[in-house]
Design a protein around this ligand. Structure first.
Ligand code: IPD
Ligand code: CA
Ligand code: CA
Length: 282
């Protein structure tokens, strides 16, 4: 199944590259500051068709699979998917396989011609993530993780950076651009963390932020308001590379809240202690 995920991601990667920097994109705003293009839809269709041709009994949850704006977590998303697609109408049963896919993560980058985008594919069995693939077609970098078997970049084993504190670290984050009501709390957290680290990046592709943490390129990452397809594959990668993933209160409810902090153990502990005060108001 890992091989299927890899081939599906590469298939979508080809479509992305073929359409990168083309002037004939159709761009729609799903909601304020949330874009989708014809290429996002084409990629998702190609991934869906490929995976379901191999595993027709599996369920498929893709970001562009319908009107899922109110989706807050994987269960809600699946419920919504079941309602929309009779093929997936079965109740959740033992052995349920669900593919969770972001066909283009970093759509705003894609639309602007910024070459920092990825395809993210994960498989959950009975609600537990078993594998994750994140593919950056521009750099031809393929990140893979299998539960219990580690994480690799182009076949090289990955390990998170182990820092004893935030001092000297380079982190990633994102502004809550779709949840402006969180800006005040977010800014307070950002400033507290920024005061302790060396620098912070906002590159615009959550899955690559997570993959880069797994690779030790980034020392940590924090973001609010993410969706399951943004983080399922990358969350497994960070954990398989020896990192810690929590929400802003240091708990495990990041799929429910969409609020995520990750990195090496000590960096995460310090970020959570700096975020906790404002986490209640998120
Ligand atoms: C977005 C990107 C971005 C993150 C947003 C995501 P999309 O995904 O991952 O980095 O800050 O929260 O929604 O819409 O480009 O698939
Ligand atoms: Ca995304
Ligand atoms: Ca997307």
């Amino acid at each position: 199944m890992l091989n299927t995920a890899v081939r599906a991601a590469q298939l979508a990667g080809k479509i992305i590259l073929r359409n990168f920097e083309q002037n004939n994109l159709t761009v729609e705003e799903k909601q304020k500051n949330d874009l989708v293009t014809n290429v996002d839809r084409e990629c998702e269709q190609a991934i869906r068709d490929f995976i379901l041709s191999k595993y027709p009994e599996h369920k498929f949850l893709g970001e562009e699979g319908g009107n899922q704006q109110s989706v807050r977590n994987t269960d809600d998303a699946l419920e919504s998917e079941r309602k929309q697609n009779k093929r997936h109408n079965a109740p959740r049963s033992n052995g349920e396989h669900v593919w969770i896919v972001d066909p283009i993560d970093g759509t705003t980058n894609f639309v602007k011609g910024i070459p920092h985008i990825a395809v993210s594919i994960a498989l959950q069995i009975n609600g537990r993530t078993e594998l994750g693939v994140i593919y950056d077609p521009v750099r031809d970098e393929l990140f893979k993780a299998l539960r219990g078997q580690g994480c690799e970049l182009n076949s090289r084993r990955l390990r998170v950076a182990e820092n004893s504190s935030l001092d000297g670290t380079v982190l990633a984050t994102a502004f809550p651009h779709r949840k402006r009501e969180l800006v005040t709390s977010y800014t307070r957290i950002l400033m507290r963390i920024f005061n302790e680290c060396a620098d912070i990046r906002r590159a615009g592709t959550a899955s690559l932020d997570l993959a880069y943490v797994a690779a030790g390129r980034l020392d940590g990452y924090f973001e609010l308001g993410l969706k399951p397809w943004d983080i399922v594959a990358g969350e497994l990668m960070v954990r398989e590379a020896g990192g810690i993933v929590t929400d802003f209160e240091g708990d495990n409810n990041y799929f429910e809240s969409g609020n995520i902090i990750c990195g090496g153990a000590k960096v995460v502990r310090q970020m959570v202690s700096l975020a906790r005060e404002d986490a209640k108001s998120l």
